[in-house]
Design a protein around this ligand. Structure first.
Ligand SMILES: Cc1cc2nc3c(=O)[nH]c(=O)nc-3n(C[C@H](O)[C@H](O)[C@H](O)COP(=O)(O)OP(=O)(O)OC[C@H]3O[C@@H](n4cnc5c(N)ncnc54)[C@H](O)[C@@H]3O)c2cc1C
Length: 325
């Protein structure tokens, strides 16, 4: 489970949903591992969401999250309980912690899985998009345990919370908990602007084809009129036109809005896996062969700099005329 500053991350509950499914297929047990200080209060919620066991490690040195103390506690828990499978959210925390732990335990790790299943021998089949997302590679780790995988938030389904019984077990914390490495001196929290991307009913996403920050302004204006949030592919994030938190796709967020408008986006599968669940997809691209058109309900071929300004004018005049958003 992942928690920061008193907030339990939803991805943990999503992983519990998948873990429950795998445990039911194999007769296994689901354990939720919770580290921090004063975190025991979430145990009941984790049991309701599918955990048979909550393994609890509470210690002042485990708050806030730090890589080395977390790795020590988890490695010790793995040696004690010998899980067959261990799942992490592909969040910034999980993407740092899971590989460290895998290396410590001398086992493998598949990053950014889009699905997980068991084969007849109980091996975990870890589905990962490869070759620019054109294929889905199935990865197995038959010779080492635990089998480890990270999964993006929003990919797995939580199970319906239900009254279930479960056990809470306190993990022993070694007196020599590894506290070397970076220290947290101060925490700055960046307040998200507007609605979070994952919750927006309208997402306007921009790609490399936007060409620069001036073009980005048009996307902001469109979102201002429609209500919603601006998303991005990876290149605009790399260029600094958009924030990391706005990236949609395999290494970013998964969105399922009622309306997704992709502007200047080619439609590489690394991006498409994060938006293909959208209800209606509109794509604007100057290349008639752009792959995004394959997943689009409405296709607009042309230069967005010619398409968006008249569209914005038309929307403004309809809104001024008393039209609904
Ligand atoms: C391991 C891995 C993980 C990745 N994870 C992600 C991820 O999570 N999210 C993500 O987005 N990417 C991710 N990527 C990168 C991904 O593979 C693509 O490179 C990226 O999605 C391409 O972004 P794009 O469509 O904006 O750019 P491009 O592929 O360069 O496409 C730009 C498009 O804009 C069009 N265009 C140009 N000018 C105009 C104009 N004036 N008007 C209209 N259209 C125009 C072009 O025709 C083109 O189709 C990942 C890559 C790897 C290797």
């Amino acid at each position: 489970m992942e928690q920061r500053a008193g907030v339990l991350h939803e991805v943990g509950l999503e992983l519990l949903g998948k873990a429950r499914e795998l445990a039911e297929a194999s007769g296994g047990t689901v354990a939720a591992v919770l580290l921090g200080e004063n975190v025991a209060r979430w145990s009941g919620r984790l049991i309701e969401h599918g955990a048979n066991l909550v393994l609890l490690a509470e210690h002042p040195l485990l708050e806030p999250y730090r890589l080395l103390p977390y790795t020590s506690v988890l490695a010790q828990a793995v040696r004690q309980y010998q899980p067959a499978i261990m799942l992490f959210g592909a969040t910034s925390l999980g993407m740092e912690l899971a590989p460290r732990l895998a290396a410590r335990l001398n086992t493998g790790l598949s990053a950014h899985c889009i699905d997980l299943k068991l084969d007849a021998n109980g091996n975990l089949l870890q589905m990962v998009p490869g070759w620019g997302g054109g294929v889905v590679a199935t990865i197995k780790c038959p010779a080492h345990r635990p089998q480890m995988a990270t999964v993006m938030p929003g990919v797995m389904q939580k199970c319906e919370p239900a009254a279930r019984s479960g056990q809470v077990i306190k993990l022993p914390i070694d007196a020599d908990l590894d506290t070397s490495g970076p220290q947290v001196l101060e925490v700055h929290r960046e307040e998200p602007k507007g609605r979070p991307l994952e919750a927006a009913e309208v997402v306007v996403a921009g790609g490399w084809g936007i060409g620069g920050p001036e073009g980005w302004q048009l996307l902001e204006e469109l979102v201002g009129l429609l209500g919603g949030a601006v998303g991005a592919t990876r290149p605009p994030v790399d260029e600094g036109w958009a924030l990391e938190a706005q990236m949609i796709g395999q290494s970013g967020k998964t969105v399922r809005p009622r309306l997704y408008i992709g502007v200047g986006i080619s439609g590489m599968s690394h991006h498409v896996v994060g938006m293909e669940g959208s209800e209606v997809v509109v794509a604007i691209n100057s290349d008639p062969q752009a792959p995004i058109f394959e997943v689009a309900d409405i296709v607009i071929v042309g230069d967005y700099r010619e398409i968006l300004p008249p569209l914005l004018d038309e929307m403004r005049s309809r809104l001024q005329g008393g039209g609904k958003k």
